[in-house]
Write a protein that binds this ligand. Structure first.
Ligand code: BG6
Length: 474
């Protein structure tokens, strides 16, 4: 048997992309709420266009999500039917602390997640909780400037203390920040950063990164103190970067690109700023302000496991005459050996094995793939079915790659949670039609639809995969 007996099969979602109920039961406004769909989305999520509240010209998909706020029982029941061992979800920070800087939490928000966790346990599902999946209360952005401000460490600490104590015994797997390296790519969505004209964006991003790294180490420390059974992971957007060819400049650029993303995990898993990063920060005049005690805290509180999202690999070419395509993190050179999704993301199962090996060789900590999937347009046929063979093929090939990494390469892999196990709002585009789920949700890009849940063909397939612990992939 290649997958360990206790392998954690399951699915993943994020509060801002599925909950809705943005103003229910005392929840405060957050950065993720005010990201519209349509052509302005990219400008807003990257911190280039100021959107601190709703306006009449845009549609804001996170307000409704897929209304999991009112459907969570039905949804978790379906996850249970698929045999999930684990369900990755995130906390909406502003449900617990509406402004972010209060001393006392919002009981209704706490109760909402408590009910979710209890519901999971009813079906033998272990919750895997991302403390922040891009969420930052708007008040913390307006008042303090988001994660550029060191004060956020204390507010986040307060959130963590509250969560760890309240959910002791209900939750043992925690992730401190979703895709921490997203600060560099989509800073408003990733860290509540908006840039005024003339500001040094890089300096601000690396200060925010330092603040989050310290906050993450603090969270790890507190989680272990509150309950030694807690397991805390870091999380980054992964996907190896290939040199386009053997031109040494391309090899070098690929290495530099990877270091830029690995930097965060180097700190969280190895406990110190790597030398290449210190030099780079100095050279670019963006060395963050580091307080006394920070470095010791980072060193003493490394994570228990390294988790990551994997969608595609990237390709780099220093020469310009090449075709460019998109991807989860950044635009990349088109790789002629790969096929692409409808959204131009490369499909590269062997790339997952390569990434798993790279990450494991680098950190030697248990790994957890907490996002993987294909965003595709699903159609309902005349019999009301969704025959999503492309999704089945995608997951089958990626699971085979995981299997090889475990069986042949001896990578220590704890689990696999597929992204958007139920259809939800896309983070990058704000669309509903970019679907990842095994469960279809009747909702369109403008928020119209009955919200009815329907099992796709992939639902039964994944159920079989889990029941056979990854042996039956047909
Ligand atoms: C990751 C995020 O970047 O990729 C998710 O953690 C996101 O929030 C996922 O949804 C897929 O990206 P997209 O843009 O297709 O939703």
């Amino acid at each position: 048997m290649s997958f360990p007996k206790n392998f954690l099969w399951g699915g993943a979602t994020a509060a801002n992309q599925c909950e809705g109920g943005f103003d229910k039961d005392g929840r405060g406004l957050a950065n993720v709420d005010v990201c519209p769909n349509g052509e302005d989305r990219l400008k807003v999520i990257s911190g280039k266009m100021k959107m601190f509240d709703f306006d009449d010209k845009h549609y804001y998909p996170a307000k409704l999500g897929i209304d999991m706020y009112n459907h969570y029982k039905e949804d978790i029941k379906l996850f249970g039917e698929m045999g999930f061992k684990v369900y990755r979800l995130s906390i909406a920070w502003s449900r617990i602390f509406p402004n972010g800087d209060e001393k006392t939490p919002n009981e209704k928000g706490l109760l909402f997640y408590e009910n979710i966790f209890k519901e999971c346990h009813k079906y033998g599902i272990e919750p895997l909780v991302t403390i922040t999946h891009f969420d930052c209360p708007m008040h913390l952005i307006k008042e303090y400037g988001g994660w550029r401000n060191r004060k956020l460490i204390d507010f986040y600490k307060n959130l963590c203390i509250t969560l760890f104590n309240r959910y002791k015994g209900l939750v043992k797997y925690w992730i401190t920040f979703n895709e921490i390296n997203m600060i560099l790519h989509l800073p408003f969505m990733g860290a509540g950063l908006y840039f005024e004209e003339g500001e040094d964006e890089n300096k601000i991003k690396y200060q925010a990164a330092h603040n989050e790294l310290v906050a993450s180490a603090l969270a790890t420390k507190i989680a272990h103190e509150v309950d030694p059974n807690n397991r805390v992971g870091c999380m980054f957007a992964a996907g190896s970067t290939y040199p386009f060819n053997c031109k040494p400049e391309n090899i070098w650029e690929a290495l530099c690109k990877e270091r830029k993303e690995y930097f965060f995990v180097d700190v969280q898993a190895q406990g110190k700023y790597p030398n290449y990063a210190l030099k780079m920060l100095e050279r670019n005049n963006c060395m963050p302000e580091i307080w006394e005690g920070d470095l010791q805290l980072l060193e003493k509180n490394t994570v228990d496991f390294v988790s990551f999202s994997y969608y595609n690999t990237n390709c780099i070419n220093v020469d310009e005459q090449v075709e460019v395509t998109s991807g989860n993190l950044f635009a990349s050179v088109k790789n002629p050996y790969l096929k692409y999704t409808d959204w131009g993301w490369s499909i590269d199962p062997l790339g997952l094995r390569i990434t798993l090996n790279e990450v494991y060789d680098r950190y030697r900590k248990p790994l957890f793939i907490v996002e993987n999937g294909i965003g595709a347009i699903d159609t309902i046929n005349e019999n009301g079915e969704i025959i999503d063979d492309y999704r089945i093929n995608f997951h089958r090939d990626h699971i085979k790659a995981m299997k090889d990494a475990i069986e042949i390469d001896s990578v220590d892999l704890m689990g696999y949670t597929t992204w958007g196990c139920i259809d939800l709002v896309s983070a990058s585009s704000g669309e509903m039609k970019k679907r990842y789920g095994f469960i279809y949700v009747d909702l369109d890009n403008e928020g119209k639809g009955s919200l009815k849940r329907t099992k796709k063909k992939s639902f039964d397939w994944y159920k079989k995969v889990i029941a056979s612990n990854g042996e039956d992939l047909d």
